[in-house]
Ligand binder design. Structure first.
Ligand SMILES: Cc1ncc(COP(=O)(O)O)c(C=O)c1O
Length: 378
């Protein structure tokens, strides 16, 4: 168990921020790194060619360590949508074939698939979930020989409903379907081993559970897709780009690995040092330790909340880092605003109260949450 790390963040004592699924606060060390980073552009004469490459490379390596893969498979992207679009550009569906999604999954992993089938045929199948049913089982039932692509999260963003990606991968292998993942709501908080899950493409927006600045993220690409078509044909992803004076010696060759999928201006002097700093901190804590600590804290919190009549999903059906509480019909419509008035910050998505604490939270936050819920739900 990791003790509360609140002192590493700039969070006033009376603020109970339990909303990582919306956006994590930045670590103080990340703010300092970005501050230094943004100042690099104030003195461009001091910028070196290596500044366009080294920090990005560090970020790739650190991310690869988190998910247990080679750094050559990691591309730098600004958003989940960018990564999903890269997958869409390189995968095919075909007539009578399906793309399997979970109902109510995040739009960045829905709209692009609809456009793909409009353009190339096939259809989108959305897996409906019944309460108390295993989401994994429900998805497995829809993965059959018609299925070309399965595009999923690890947990549903509204309520934390968990999908076992290892079982999904096995079924995809049996039917020859590609597996595309949006792990924005889980990566950084729960153990995730790409060596085992072997996603074809897996994207994560970094500003939630990876504690990174906004507009930063990663795309992992399986070796079999690393020769595909990127969204952009930028200069820095081509071979020999370090020779700035020779850039008009145009080349067909790309840098190795998944780098061809990097977003333009990936060096992002202001934000990339913050990404490196955040990932270092996550690795220092250790993903297993983060996972176990969040799981344990949430288990306790779920018990406390059940004592005041608020039940969360059974543990085996939800992500350990995520509590989704079904609100009673009598709950005030402006509950979230009322809680914010008390300096307790959560969100409501799809009728669920989404409670997503992290290592900055402490006992005082959890007590305060319980007390204000008692006050406003009575
Ligand atoms: C599951 C999931 N994916 C992606 C995003 C963000 O998408 P994008 O990076 O495309 O803005 C969110 C934001 O809430 C999310 O919950």
């Amino acid at each position: 168990m990791i003790l509360s790390q609140r002192e590493l963040f700039n969070i006033p004592e009376d603020v109970a921020y339990l909303n990582t699924a919306y956006m994590s606060p930045l670590l103080n060390s990340v703010v300092s790194a970005c501050d230094e980073g943004v100042r690099m552009k104030a003195r461009p004469w001091e910028l070196m060619i290596s500044d366009f490459y080294d920090t990005v490379d560090d970020a790739r390596r650190l991310f690869a360590d988190i998910v247990n893969v080679d750094k050559e498979g990691v591309a730098i992207v600004p958003s989940a949508s960018y990564g999903i679009e890269t997958a869409v550009k390189n995968l095919n569906v075909g007539l009578n074939r399906t793309v399997v999604l979970l109902e109510n999954q995040f739009p960045s992993n829905v709209y692009p698939w609809h456009r793909l089938v409009e353009k190339k045929g096939g259809k989108v199948v959305k897996v409906e979930l019944l309460d108390e049913e295993s989401a994994t089982q429900a998805v497995l039932e829809k993965i059959n020989t018609e299925c070309a692509i399965v595009a999923l999260p690890n947990v549903l963003w509204t309520n934390g409903r968990l999908i076992d990606l290892v079982s999904i991968r096995k079924r995809c292998d049996q039917v020859g379907a590609a597996l595309v993942l949006d792990l924005t709501q889980s990566l950084g908080a729960i153990k995730t081993d790409f060596n085992i899950i072997r996603p074809d493409f897996a994207v994560v927006a970094g500003y939630k559970w990876l504690l990174c600045p906004y507009s930063t993220g990663f795309l992992y690409v399986d070796p079999k897709w690393r020769n595909g078509e990127p969204i952009e044909e930028g200069w820095i992803t081509r071979a020999d780009s370090r020779d700035f004076s020779g850039l008009v010696n145009y080349t067909k060759n790309y840098e190795l690995g998944a780098n061809r999928y990097d977003v333009g201006e990936r060096a992002n002097f202001a934000l990339m040092p913050g990404v490196v700093s955040a990932l270092r901190q996550i690795l220092d804590w250790g993903i297993d330790n983060i996972h176990n600590t969040l799981a344990e804290n949430n288990k306790k919190l779920a018990f406390e909340l059940s004592e005041i009549g608020l039940s969360s999903m059974p543990e085996h059906l939800r992500g350990p880092h995520f509590l989704g509480i079904k609100l009673p019909v009598s709950a005030p419509k402006d509950l979230i605003n009322r809680l914010a008035g008390e300096k307790v910050y959560l969100s409501e998505r799809g009728g669920s109260l989404r409670i997503t604490p992290h290592l900055w939270n402490n006992e005082q936050d959890f007590k305060k949450l319980k007390n204000v819920l008692i006050k406003h739900l009575k």
